[in-house]
Structures are given as C-alpha cells and as structure tokens.
Design a protein around this ligand. Structure first.
Ligand SMILES: [Fe+2]
Length: 317
C-alpha cells in the first residue's frame, strides 16, 4: 500500500480516553506503521510520549475510513461537552490536515470539490454562535505555511462576506476561492517562494506571475466558476489602480478579488514568519487604512474593522 492510500490527520482532533472508530497510522522513515487500532484509545502515556517526541504531526488514517473520520470530527463539533475554543481547534486542525493533501494534488477540480465540506463546516460553526468567528480568528497567524495562510484567509473572507450580507451559496464559493487564491504559486520556483529577505527584480517579476499561473491552472479544468478564477487572478489588483496583472481598479475588480486582496494582506501582516515581527490587529488595520488604503475597497476595509472590533469587544466581555 502506498502513502496515497492514506490521508493526514492531526492528533489534536482525536478525543482522548474514547474508543477510536478508525485505525491511526504513523509515518516513520518513509514507512506507514500502525499507531492505534480501532477500539483502542488515546491515553495519557501516549499523549505525553508524543509531546516529548515531537513527531512532526504526521499521522494518517486510511482512505477507506475517510467518512468515519469526518463523522467523528462532526460529532465533536456537535458535542456539548466540548467548548467552543476546543471546537475551533478541532475544526482548524482537521481542515488544515486535509488542505495539506489537497494543495499537493494536481487535480485542482477534485481539490476544489473536496474543499467544499471544509467551508460548509466553517460556515455552520460560524452560524452556531456569535463568538465563533472570534474563536477561529484567535487561532490564526501562528505560522505561514501556504495551507495555514490560505485557511486563515478563508476565515477572514467568510467573516467579511457575512458582514457584507452575502448569501450562503455565495459564501461557500467565496470560501473555496479564498482557499485556492494562491494556487498559481505552485508554478513559482521554491527558492523564490521561500527566500528569506528581499527578492531581486527578476525574482519579483517571477513572483508576480502567480495570478496568471493560477488562472491557467484553473482554466485547464472544467466547471470552475468565474468567481473562483477572479479571486485567483485579481487578488493583487488595487482599488485605485496600479496593481497587477491587469491594472484594473474599483468595481472593475470582482468582489472576491477585492475581498481576498484585503484578507490576504491582513493575514500576511499579522502572521509570524521567520523574517518578520507580526503586527497587532489594530496596527495592521491602521497601516492598511493610512499607508496603503488605495489598495482596498473602503467599504470592505470598514467592514473588516467592524469584525475585528466586535471580536475585541466579545473577548473583553
Ligand atoms: Fe497572491
């Protein structure tokens, strides 16, 4: 059996001291070995052992058990014994593990399709309680792997879409679009993507091709909507013009392009990367409003303010 028969999970999504309805595997030296069998449970000893060992979180479940795992996560999300904070962690960790795999698959249409339940789960969690968006946002920004960043951008975009009054179907499409907005970065060489420090002029030129690369990737698949393509192709355009690749402005830019421009920049500014100190939410928003305000749709920027201020108020009360 190859590792393609398995999908990645995070152990933080597994409830301790409960019989497992699926087997969990571990990858060691390139081999998949059984870690916990169905019917066994995660115990203190196992948890302590893992914490001491820092295994890099490469745990897997067999593809045959994908639905069982999804139902298991869903039952955690519906449990009244689990706090909203814990639920936000479970939702985030289960989604990101799936995204790690989806971001590597060449079949983008399948990836978009399989990402749908992630967005549906996010939306139902956000609908569930007014403070849920705050629970989710409090977990964003710890590191800058593409899938974490894209997931965080989706959370902010969905929050923004809700405040802007988008209906559920539009929100689902917005969530998908936000997850895959940077898909064109697949075609940018890793040494440029991961370079620490300033890029040369040629490297910047290459980096700025990613919206066009993304559009080409999406165009190669049938049934991908124009809105998903617009978020990918137009998220580096500027409200007052001067962005790339088309240098369009204002309402010429698709709303999804305008939303992702804002949420992508905000998340990048507030996220810890190896070479920067992250800004606090208000510092980032003030900078966006004062120094680079021309980049963003002013109504959307105000809506973003309202989400973050509401969150601060909820957390204070
Ligand atoms: Fe981008």
């Amino acid at each position: 059996m190859s590792s393609f028969d398995y999908f990645r999970i995070r152990l933080s999504t597994v409830r301790a001291f409960e019989e497992l309805p699926f087997d969990i595997y571990l990858q060691l030296d390139g081999k998949i070995i059984t870690y916990l069998r169905m019917g066994e449970s995660l115990t203190d000893t196992k948890i302590t052992h893992l914490h001491n060992k820092d295994t890099g979180e490469s745990f897997f479940v067999h593809n045959q058990h994908k639905q069982i795992y999804r139902d298991y996560v869903k039952s955690s999300m519906n449990s009244d014994k689990i706090s909203n904070d814990e639920k936000a962690v479970i939702l985030r960790e289960s989604s990101i593990a799936i995204l790690e795999d989806l971001f590597e698959t060449p079949d983008v249409a399948r990836a978009l399709e399989e990402a749908k339940p992630i967005i549906t789960d996010l939306l139902s969690f956000m609908d569930n309680a007014p403070e849920s968006i705050g629970n989710l946002i409090s977990l964003t920004g710890h590191d800058f792997y593409t899938y974490n960043h894209s997931f965080d951008v989706s959370i902010y975009s969905l929050g923004l879409g809700q405040v802007l009054g988008m209906d559920k179907v539009t929100l689902e499409e917005l969530g998908q679009s936000s997850l895959f907005h940077d898909i064109g970065k697949r075609n940018v060489p890793l040494e440029i993507l991961c370079k620490k420090g300033a890029l040369s002029e040629d490297e910047w030129f290459e980096m700025r091709q990613h919206p066009a690369y993304g559009l080409k990737i999406l165009n190669a698949h049938e049934n991908i909507s124009d809105a998903v393509k617009a978020a990918c192709y137009e998220h580096h355009e500027s409200w007052t013009g001067g962005g790339y690749p088309q240098d369009i402005s204002g309402h010429e830019i698709h709303p999804f392009g305008r939303i992702v421009a804002l949420t992508d920049t905000y998340d990048a500014m507030t996220t810890q990367r190896s070479y920067n100190t992250p800004l606090k939410p208000t510092e980032a928003l003030n900078m966006m409003k004062d120094k680079i305000s021309g980049r963003f749709d002013p109504d959307m920027l105000n809506a973003m303010y309202s989400i973050l201020f509401k969150m601060e108020k909820d957390q204070a009360s």
